[in-house]
Design a protein around this ligand. Structure first.
Ligand SMILES: *[C@@H]1O[C@H](CO)[C@@H](O)[C@H](O)[C@H]1NC(C)=O
Ligand SMILES: *[C@@H]1O[C@H](CO)[C@@H](O)[C@H](O)[C@H]1NC(C)=O
Ligand SMILES: *[C@@H]1O[C@H](CO)[C@@H](O)[C@H](O)[C@H]1NC(C)=O
Ligand SMILES: *[C@@H]1O[C@H](CO)[C@@H](O)[C@H](O)[C@H]1NC(C)=O
Ligand SMILES: *[C@@H]1O[C@H](CO)[C@@H](O)[C@H](O)[C@H]1NC(C)=O
Ligand SMILES: *[C@@H]1O[C@H](CO)[C@@H](O)[C@H](O)[C@H]1NC(C)=O
Length: 437
């Protein structure tokens, strides 16, 4: 009898013990956590959820893949839309891995089940760091007691995958010395770096290029103060606020939603399309808002040098005034890529300028920009300098300001219909005869 009571008592103690164990350990194993800290790591099917439950971070395996990755997806979406992948080019074979803070140097590290480091935030040393997933989808490594964004030690927004979220910056930052750009997944089942990238060229008058490997497919045209010169769809009536900053510290493109509860993302799809998708809550679909390349004239250098592409014309390629097709046979077979040659030679001092309206500015990676100079002065400067082949305003908002000078052959111009609201005025250097002077 006594024995049994003792046994009973003992079992009771065990139950209490298990109860406490499950209270303290079990939730950590199965539910989500708020922060990754030196004592709180992420493993298996645990996730980190942002404070307002907008985004979730955890292990995932895409589609039919057997590989595992650390990714970030929308928390409130039924289907898992992955917007960022940490270890895209170094997959895990299963989810028995851990994401933790390395107590030696404060970095985020992803360790496989043999303890080997698969991926790391690769920031230099710091003490007492934590990693937090923010409601805008940014996964940040910071000092435990310092929430100031200026002081983040590392952030996923600096290492985009294929997706630009509202508030992310695409482009150059001189402090981190990073040029942040998008690279497609290889396939829907494989987030490893694909062939297609969307990257800002900060040289000359900056513009963004969509490339396949190193080959350019499409360019946005430079930012003209209102929109990219080649993206008439960026109208001020759109649900977005587009930003482009160009100063000593940074050159970047970014966007926000006028209504912050609307979801939108810009991504480079594995098939080589740059697409902006916007969530339509009523029909529960991601609707394509815009994409590129959209038509024949969006394809890079479709009409060659001094050619101008116009989708409202047939054939789409024309030579600008004063030029004729370089390869007439190919041109007549509607291959415009050989472009055009000047008919009458330039004379320098006596040359004139032809105003082309509503055009996507020519490729501008070697152009010279003076944001202070006015258009008249810009024209004078171009006229005096015989290597100048064309000029325009650099900023067409509030009536026009700034000066851009082109001194290299002109490529990839495109004509928009006036009603489309694309492009801007561009002044092309032509011989006196062609300018009608
Ligand atoms: C988490 O993983 C464990 C073991 O792999 C599994 O038994 C459990 O059902 C999973 N929990 C959830 C919420 O998926
Ligand atoms: C996970 O994969 C590794 C090889 O990468 C293997 O050694 C290990 O047994 C696997 N673990 C499980 C739980 O399947
Ligand atoms: C970490 O950064 C250094 C220097 O920038 C670089 O050489 C190294 O390859 C990086 N390591 C990883 C794992 O990314
Ligand atoms: C263009 O001009 C507007 C109005 O003066 C100004 O607010 C804007 O910052 C300028 N944009 C750039 C990129 O310089
Ligand atoms: C913002 O979007 C949400 C969700 O689509 C909608 O319910 C709300 O009415 C919108 N607010 C405004 C001011 O348009
Ligand atoms: C003419 O313009 C080119 C290109 O902007 C520049 O490199 C060159 O120095 C200029 N020449 C003179 C004489 O100003």
């Amino acid at each position: 009898m006594r024995n049994t009571t003792h046994h009973h008592h003992c079992r009771h103690r065990h139950l209490i013990y298990y109860f406490f164990i499950s209270l303290t350990i079990f939730p950590l194993l199965t539910t989500s956590i708020n922060l990754i800290t030196p004592t709180q790591f992420l493993t298996g099917n645990q996730t980190v959820i942002s404070a307002g439950e907008e985004f979730e971070l955890g292990f995932f395996n895409p589609g039919a893949s057997n590989n595992w990755y650390i990714g970030i997806w929308y928390k409130k979406m039924e289907s898992k839309i992955v917007v960022w992948v940490a270890n895209r080019d170094s997959p895990l074979k299963n989810s028995s891995a851990i994401l933790k803070i390395n107590s030696d140097d404060g970095n985020l590290v992803l360790l496989d089940d043999s303890g080997k480091s698969i991926w790391s935030s690769n920031y230099s040393r710091a003490k007492s760091t934590v990693a937090e997933l923010l409601d805008n989808g940014n996964f940040v490594l910071r000092l435990e007691n310092d929430k100031n964004p200026e002081n983040y030690l590392w952030q996923s927004f600096d290492y985009p995958t294929d997706t630009l979220l509202p508030g992310m910056k695409l482009g150059w930052d001189s402090k981190s010395r990073l040029n942040r750009y998008l690279t497609s997944w290889k396939s829907p089942d494989d987030p490893s770096s694909g062939d297609f990238s969307f990257k800002l060229d900060i040289n000359g008058f900056p513009e963004i290029y969509l490339t396949r490997k190193q080959r350019i497919i499409y360019r946005s045209g430079p930012w003209n103060g209102l929109r990219f010169s080649g993206v008439p769809e960026m109208k001020s009536t759109s649900p977005f606020n587009f930003q482009f900053a160009m100063n000593r510290d940074e050159v970047y493109y970014s966007f926000n939603l006028k209504n912050e509860s609307v979801y939108s993302r810009l991504l480079v799809i594995h098939t080589g399309i740059l697409q902006r998708l916007t969530w339509i809550p009523t029909s529960k679909i991601w609707s394509p808002f815009w994409y590129a390349p959209r038509d024949q004239c969006d394809y890079y250098r479709e009409c060659g040098v001094y050619g101008i592409c116009d989708t409202n014309d047939s054939p789409v390629c024309n030579c600008v005034k004063g030029f004729e097709p370089r390869n007439l046979q190919a041109w007549n077979l509607r291959d415009g890529r050989d472009g055009c040659v000047r008919v009458s030679k330039l004379q320098c001092e006596s040359d004139g300028f032809l105003k082309l309206s509503n055009v996507k500015l020519p490729e501008s990676g070697t152009a010279f920009v003076d944001p202070e100079m006015g258009l008249a002065e810009c024209g004078e400067l171009c006229k005096r300098n015989c290597s100048c082949l064309g000029y325009s305003n650099s900023n067409i908002s509030s009536g026009g300001a700034g000066c851009v000078i082109w001194a290299a052959d002109l490529y990839d111009m495109r004509q928009y219909a006036a009603a489309e609201g694309g492009g801007q005025d561009f002044y092309l250097r032509v011989s006196a005869a062609d300018s009608g002077m």
